[in-house]
Design a protein around this ligand. Sequence first.
Ligand SMILES: C[S@@+](CC[C@H](N)C(=O)[O-])C[C@H]1O[C@@H](n2cnc3c(N)ncnc32)[C@H](O)[C@@H]1O
Length: 307
Amino acid sequence: MALHQPVLLAEALQELGVRPDGRYLDCTFGRGGHARAILARLGPQGRLYALDRDPEAFAAARELQAAEARFVAAQAPFSALASFARAWGVAGALDGVLMDLGVSSPQLDDPRRGFGFRQDGPLDMRMDPDSGESAAAWIARVGLDELVRVLRDYGEEPHAGRIARAIVRERAHAPIATTGRLAAIVAGAVPGRCRHHPATRTFQAIRIQVNRELEELESGLEQALEVLSPGGRLVVISFHSIEDRIVKRFLRRHAQGEAPPRRLPVTGATTAGRLRIIGGLVRPSAQECQHNPRARSARLRVAERRR
Ligand SMILES: C[S@@+](CC[C@H](N)C(=O)[O-])C[C@H]1O[C@@H](n2cnc3c(N)ncnc32)[C@H](O)[C@@H]1O
């Protein structure tokens, strides 16, 4: 089975504060690196629930489920989180929810999935290939302005205009159906040399768009708050600044709470929100980054649901 090295594993477990009899939800099973470590800390009464929208991740979760009575998994996106928690009878009763965002190594490294540009493959990029539109289909129909917006907003690509125009020009000759062709078009459109492969930001942007990753994250965070028990912990690991900004703003918004109505005789106070932020941003150690280069951009944030 293809492997994924879990990122910020010790830190995530510590922040979740796994109790032997606790109930936890891992929203991003992947290959179960975090999930297995949580299970190892659970006693016979403890339970772990897991989601992943990717069918191969779900197949790995099903294998674990067959061997582990304290574990239940479903193939589903974050936006279905609360409905699964209700079906499992744990809505409002979870002691911890973990989100380890982005893609796994098996997804990135398998050229058939179309996430990477290092090996050629079909331009797909869907975490769930049975749902939504592939990257190739989206690129074939997207308008120039929308393409520029996606490259700029989701890839933070400084050459968004040049790259988008090159894509639109090239797709008029032949459909852009492979990762290799897209990477070559981007490399040809970007001037000079850069530290990363010139297509890195474009691939990130299109992946975020195709999987509706930011909408999923916003929805997942709101639903995670609903399914946590009072005192339960939300732990989120993100891998780029756009995701981290969404997480940070969500935590702040729910930590601050609502301002009281103007007419009330309270000066400058806000009611406490539903979350308490725990600590600051957690980054991987130099040692972890050296051992696992994919950890380099990881950032972990934690909050606790107020009682
Ligand atoms: C970084 S990997 C998780 C790795 C996992 N923690 C491990 O140790 O093996 C992220 C996983 O989350 C899944 N995922 C990402 N966004 C999702 C979403 N909106 N809904 C459900 N699963 C999602 C991906 O399919 C991928 O398998």
